[in-house]
Design a binder for this molecule. Structure first.
Ligand SMILES: Nc1ncnc2c1ncn2[C@@H]1O[C@H](COP(=O)(O)OP(=O)(O)O)[C@@H](O)[C@H]1O
Ligand SMILES: [Mg+2]
Length: 268
């Protein structure tokens, strides 16, 4: 066990990314997003979810996964959006347990036939495409065809595209309008407030069995500013602060520690 965990009597690394789906921090802003996503899934509608790096987009998908019933929804998570059209449909075939064929057309029809079969079994496939701002244009040109069943009169699946705000910029371009007009839910993971950061720190420390405040109020404000609304950065800085405090034998993380870690001037 690391020295800082012993020093603060923590039972696990509090700011690790290894957090179970149903242990995620869910303030009202995140719960609202998950509820909107659930609503979209129940309508078999497609979604775009954008936000800056580290604000918690993938974590929202994980919270959604924990809530959707596996008897009604079949989730497929694709994290490699950089694939071209053919390799993307190959990846989708494999994820769906289908035998991949050689041609792009064959792969596409295997996926769409499978989607129709699932609909007959009253199952909704949900294709989650993470880092979707990296999608190749040939895939973007093609995706709306995957949403077209029975002369575009039936919704059989939900496509959930998640990525940086650039994703929305790309989808808004005139040549992507066939896809963009079919994305009825356009959601945004906004930036966090200082109160959010405070609640997040307390929540994650509590999960490591620490109930007392470890970060002084003004240290939280400084950490929030240094992290710039990025929870991944909060994780990194908070861990470094705990280690710094432990080395200095301090039980409270104060502004001086945050300032030294974040290399910000401590001007108070
Ligand atoms: N709801 C949450 N509950 C707990 N930790 C979270 C939550 N959202 C984000 N985090 C933390 O922030 C890190 C980055 O979040 P992530 O969802 O991967 O961001 P994004 O996908 O927007 O880049 C995660 O590894 C996790 O440690
Ligand atoms: Mg992510």
């Amino acid at each position: 066990m690391s020295a800082y965990l012993r020093h603060f009597e923590l039972t696990e690394a509090p700011f690790s990314k290894e957090i179970a789906d149903d242990d995620l921090w869910m303030p009202p802003s995140k719960t609202d997003l998950v509820e909107e996503l659930e609503e979209a899934m129940s309508e078999r509608a497609s979604v775009m979810l954008v936000g800056e790096p580290g604000v918690g987009k993938t974590s929202v998908l994980r919270a959604l996964r924990a809530r959707l019933s596996t008897s009604n929804f079949r989730l497929t998570y694709c994290h490699n959006a950089t694939l071209g059209k053919r390799d993307f449909y190959r990846q989708l075939c494999i994820a769906l347990g289908l035998r991949p064929v050689a041609s792009a057309g064959g792969l596409f029809s295997a996926v769409s036939t499978h989607v129709e079969e699932l609909a007959r079994e009253r199952q909704t496939p949900v294709f989650l495409l993470d880092e979707a701002h990296l999608m190749q244009q040939d895939l973007l040109n093609n995706l709306h065809i995957l949403l077209n069943y029975e002369w575009d009169s039936r919704a059989l699946l939900s496509l959930v595209m998640v990525g940086l705000p650039e994703l929305q910029d790309r989808l808004r371009l005139r040549h992507n309008r066939s896809l963009y007009t079919r994305i009825h839910y356009r959601l945004h993971v906004g930036s966090t407030t200082v109160d959010d950061t405070e609640a997040y720190l307390l929540y994650r420390l509590k999960r490591a069995d620490c109930d007392r405040p470890v970060f002084a109020d003004d240290a939280v404000a400084m950490l929030h500013e240094a992290a710039g609304s990025c929870l991944r950065e909060v994780d990194r800085l908070a861990t470094a602060c705990l280690k710094g405090a432990s080395r200095r034998k301090k039980k409270l993380v104060d502004r001086a520690i945050v300032a030294s870690i974040a290399a910000l001037p401590d001007d108070d």
